[in-house]
Design a protein around this ligand. Structure first.
Ligand SMILES: C[S@@+](CC[C@H](N)C(=O)[O-])C[C@H]1O[C@@H](n2cnc3c(N)ncnc32)[C@H](O)[C@@H]1O
Length: 138
């Protein structure tokens, strides 16, 4: 993904990025792209941001939410997160999901409309992980 982000930024004219659930940002700091980047996290940031209840302070060209929603305990929390992303008026969403077992709801793709791009993140022998890029509908 580190190599793909500059390509996506160029292809979709992305200038502003919100990284939601950014963690300690160890790998994203090494991405070579010219964007205005802001990290949001429920733990790792001075201002705590909970994407299940909080709406981003402005519209971004891209919201990145990588390896976050799969840790949520209910499908409702994931849906609320997607709704909050839409409420922000942001344009694109890059989200990780997995082709998980049917009894593990949070591991399925939570977005109904087709992605613009889909990248295999990790070919886990049990189930595949994907990074999808979607246009967020208002
Ligand atoms: C597995 S880490 C992924 C970090 C980073 N996105 C990456 O790809 O390396 C998950 C991160 O999501 C954050 N997180 C979990 N639930 C969250 C929530 N409801 N709102 C915001 N951040 C959350 C955690 O604190 C953690 O930093």
């Amino acid at each position: 993904m580190r190599e793909r982000l500059p390509m996506l930024a160029k292809r979709y004219g992305i200038e502003t990025v919100a990284d939601v659930g950014c963690g300690d940002q160890w790998w994203v700091r090494k991405v070579e792209w010219e964007v205005e980047y802001e990290g949001f996290d429920i733990e790792h940031q001075p201002v705590k941001f909970n994407c299940i209840v909080d709406v981003l302070p402005k519209a971004y060209d891209l919201i990145m939410c990588l390896y976050v929603t799969n840790h949520m305990t209910t499908w409702k929390y994931i849906q609320q997160t997607i709704e909050n992303f839409q409420k922000s008026g942001s344009k694109y969403l890059l989200l990780t999901y997995a082709d998980g077992p049917k009894d593990r709801e949070p591991w399925h793709c939570p977005i109904e409309w087709p992605p613009l791009e889909l990248f295999l993140a990790n070919d886990n022998p049990k189930w595949k992980w994907w990074h999808g890029l979607w246009e967020l509908k208002p």
